[in-house]
Design a protein around this ligand. Sequence first.
Ligand code: DQA
Length: 150
Amino acid sequence: MELVVINGPNLGFLGQRQPEIYGTEGMDALPGLVERLLGEDAGRIRLTLFQSNSEGALIDRLEEAWKIKSDGIVLNAGAYTHTSLALADCLAWTGLPCVEVHLSNVHARQSAMRHTSLIARHCIGAIAGFGIMSYALAVQALWQRLAVQP
Ligand code: DQA
């Protein structure tokens, strides 16, 4: 199973960006966490990582995933979560199974803008607040949905 993990703007320096909010781990911690959650099954999942600060590149990557029939998407769209109708439109028409993730608990953040997500309605579900573990939990959720459940 191929899952594409897509990170949006300002997520290229995880571990260094405001660690008090976003944690001290980088994306390199993800495979180990997935292995811890999924054990042997982790070997049946190929994770492809992508990060871009630009909205169009994120849409291009989603379209690519659709074109090559990737199995699912783990998406942290960063601030575009709260603003990008274009990204929401792309998720809507491509229809790939997607889990929205956030490192921080966006619902507990001060700015009310962070409490809304334009992409949520086009996702299977959302996981927020667990740092890099949010991504690993999203991978586990997609694995359960796509490979384990009939
Ligand atoms: C974020 C939350 C967003 O509100 C913010 O703009 C980010 C990161 C998170 O992972 O917690 O860039 O998506």
